[in-house]
Structures are given as structure tokens and as C-alpha cells.
Design a protein around this ligand. Sequence first.
Ligand code: ATP
Length: 321
Amino acid sequence: MKMKRIGVLTSGGDSPGMNAAIRSVTRYAVYKGIEVMGIYNGFEGLIKSDFARFTHRSVSNIISRGGTILKTARCKEFTTTEGRSKAKDSLEKHGIDGLVVIGGNGSYRGAHIFGNEFKIPCIGVPATIDNDIEETDATIGSDTAVNTALHAIDNIRDTATSLERIFIVEVMGRESGFIAKQVGLGGGAEDIIIPEMNYDLEMMCEDINKGHNRGKISWIIIVAEGAAKSRKIAKEITKKTGFNVRLVVLGHIQRGGSPTAFDRILATRLGAAAVSLLADGQADKAVGIKADKINVVDFKVAIQEKKEADIELYKLLRILT
Ligand code: ATP
């Protein structure tokens, strides 16, 4: 059966580059002779038929914009059969034959269940700042988030080296240490605390004291938000070393901003690849990038397990400190 009309939605946490993906999905579908419905507010909009017909022009001038013009949501109702059944009715009513779901792990899980339950072809496009989806080297938004956090850390380094100070910088990552690890390496941080690894505060404080005796005057320690309570870490370090410890929580600035060239290009390639799969009659798949080639896997593979933190990179960070 030829795909006549597809829907596109963004779901879960927003990430920079989602707009570039929406643009690519829409325009590639138009090129393939497929109509597009934009679905607002993720799965919630799917349940409520919060749809708008998208044309080539609907996505003009969004490639450089952060956030998502379709908005995003976390939707409890979609985790129930009743909720998903309403979503199916919405799609039927609007003649939508397939879906492109742009989001993270949770969104993939939802799309996988929904697609199999009602035989609706769904294709996932990975977009999350945490880069924690399997079988893709990168997810849309993670490069931008890392660069935004890195920029902030460079600024902190300037002030840290002017006065003898220890900075604890909390970055995003509830279950993933990806941002912390990348900015730790890229920003030359002294240490990182990430959910995938245990940390030893005693040893950290010993290092600080030893460094101080050698004449070292500044430290930056990156903490992923899900790894530890950064305020408590700051207090403990002050207690154990007697140094002035400042805490900086970068928070939501990491989610915003114009996507980097890398994220825009990734989103553009993956959006088109997702439409291509739907047009070829494929379903229940996730697109990704591996060694700069488009990689297609079953949803269940993409969601099966969390990416491991790269311990070798952590060792390198510590050697270079
Ligand atoms: P991020 O990684 O950026 O947080 P995400 O896609 O993982 O993005 P979630 O909040 O985990 O974000 O999931 C988004 C939505 O997907 C949920 O609000 C819910 O509607 C749907 N979803 C998640 N898990 C399931 C599930 N097991 N069954 C059905 N729907 C689900």
C-alpha cells in the first residue's frame, strides 16, 4: 500500500535540531509525493488530534532555530491501552498511514508499543541531548548541548584561574554522563562525576590538597545532575579541604540555542531517512548514524540497553589533568 499521508511529532525532552528534523521530514515527504500532518505536543497531540497540515512552506526558516515548532510533551495517557487506542482513532480519522517520532528512549518505547499494537508503521528519529540511544553514534541535540555547556565552562575557567577557587559545575544528565564526560574532556576539567561510575570524594580531596601544595590554583569538577547532589559535594569538599567551593548549575541553557552545524546536518539526514523507510513500507525501526553512514535498526534494538560510559576516555581525562 502506498503511503499517502504521514504524521510527524516531537516527544519527551526537547533538543536543539528537532526543528531541522521536522523540516527534513516534511520536505522529503513532499518530494516523495506524501502529505504531511504536523502533530503538536507529542503523543498528547496524537490522542487529541492536535494536527495541522504541513506543506513545504510550513517549515521555512526553522533549520537554525532551537526548540521545536511542534512543541513536545510527556504524556501519561499514552502509556495506557485506552490512551493509545484514542491515538489510533485520531490517525484513522485523519487518514494518516505512518508516523515519524522524533524523540528519546521513552518516545521510542511508546512508538514501538503503539505501532505493534495497531499495525501502524512508526519510524524513530533519535533526538535527545543525552546521546543515550543504542546503535547511533550521535543523537540530535547532544552536540549543541555539549558545546553550550563547554562555552559556559570556558567562562568559568577564566574566573577560576583569576582567584584560587574550586568550581563544581552541574550539567544535565539524569541517567547519562555523556554531557559531563564530553565537557570534562573538552574543557580540561580536573574530574567528573557521572551516573555510570562510582566516585571517591576522599581521593578527590586528597588530589586537591596535593595539587595545592604543588601550586595549582583552580579546579573544575563536572557533575552530571543524576550522579550526585552537587550542593552536598561542594559542601563536603569545603569541609575536607578548607577551600572556597563555588557551585554553578547550568540547567536549561543546555537545551536551548541554535543547533550546531553537526546537529542540523544529522537531523536533516535522519529526517529524510525516516521518510524514505516509511515510503518503502518499513515499520518499527529507528534510524541513526554510524561511522557517518545511515544505520537502521529495529526499535527493540535501539531501546534495549543504555550506552555504557567510555571508561578509557575518563582515564585519559584524569591523565591529562
Ligand atoms: P528524553 O530522553 O529527552 O527525556 P524521551 O523520549 O526519553 O526523551 P520520555 O519522557 O521518557 O522522554 O518519554 C516521552 C513519552 O513517551 C512519555 O511521556 C510517554 O508518553 C511515552 N512513553 C514512554 N514510555 C512509554 C511506554 N513504556 N509505553 C508507552 N508510552 C511510553
